[in-house]
Design a protein around this ligand. Sequence first.
Ligand code: SF4
Ligand code: SF4
Length: 358
Amino acid sequence: MERIRLGKTELMVTRIGFGALPIQSVDRDSAVKVARYAYEQGINFFDTARGYTTSEGDLGRALGEHERDVIVATKTRFKDMEQLEKDFNLSLENLKRSYLDLFQFHIVNYENELEAILKKDGPLKFLKKEQGRGRLRHIGITSHRPAMMLKALESDAFETVQIPFNYIETEPLDKLIPLARSRDIGIIAMKPVAGGVFSSSRAAISWILEHAGVVPIPGMCRIEEIDDNLQALNSPPSPAELARLENDKQELGTIFCRRCDYCLPCPNDIEASFIVRSGMMFKRVGWDRMNQNHVKAYTKGLSCDQCGTCESRCPYELPLTEMVVEESKNMLQKAVELGLLGEKELQEKIEAAKNREQ
Ligand code: SF4
Ligand code: SF4
């Protein structure tokens, strides 16, 4: 597989990397199998995070013995020295490595977070020390806000930047990608398939590959996804595929769920992210896939007390406090149309939820 230089890190990474967030949603054997399969297909760049629960550990089990052949990037949410040091050591241990290729500050969306990273004698000092000890090769940063990253890049403290970039989210093309290129900073595209919302992941990824130096890291947890995504290497998107991507973009607008699940867990055990993406998902896979378990999840969604916890965690600022109840009602209405629920039962559920509120 073609390899490209990840900016000034000089790391030679495969044209498509492996986003390891989704392997936390499958059992250990499947996670290890999928990561090994990706490696066997030629992928040498794997991106995980301390926050992805089991992901680091499973990558370590799958690839720990290939320290010299694979490039592993991980991330921390912490900016204070003590916690950062803990995370750094845990990452090394989980990944079964003697050094980390790339350690990134995870989801730096606000100015005060960037300031905490850049402050004198702050976390960068610790990471520089680890570089000196040979336990770390490169330092990067990630964010869901391209505009925030302009300042980060201007600081010259980071060798890579990771941002959402796909056919719908093209803001990085305006300033961030040109700036990163001019400073020789490696560019990693998270969410290249926007959480799986495109009618063709292959086309969405091949569109990204048309942008020089940008490395997409689609999240994958199934063998077929790897096979499908790697097809993107074969050819640029055809005019028909581009037209379909454009159609997807028009249909979705900007308020849609990217399946990152940062909004979970809900204190009331409501599957907020599943609920708000259900309409789009069933439209793709077919409404006949809806079943009684889904009806249960939407019924539970009606009991949302609008505490705002999920909304405050969503990096895309989706108005979840409104959406969860609204979408639960919409989906239950759909369940009535599909014969999974009676109209009377639906009204009773809505009444019961209202009474609980009072
Ligand atoms: S609602 Fe927001 S945080 Fe939750 S999965 Fe969707 S995009 Fe991610
Ligand atoms: S707003 Fe509703 S769904 Fe979100 S965390 Fe609070 S109770 Fe759960």
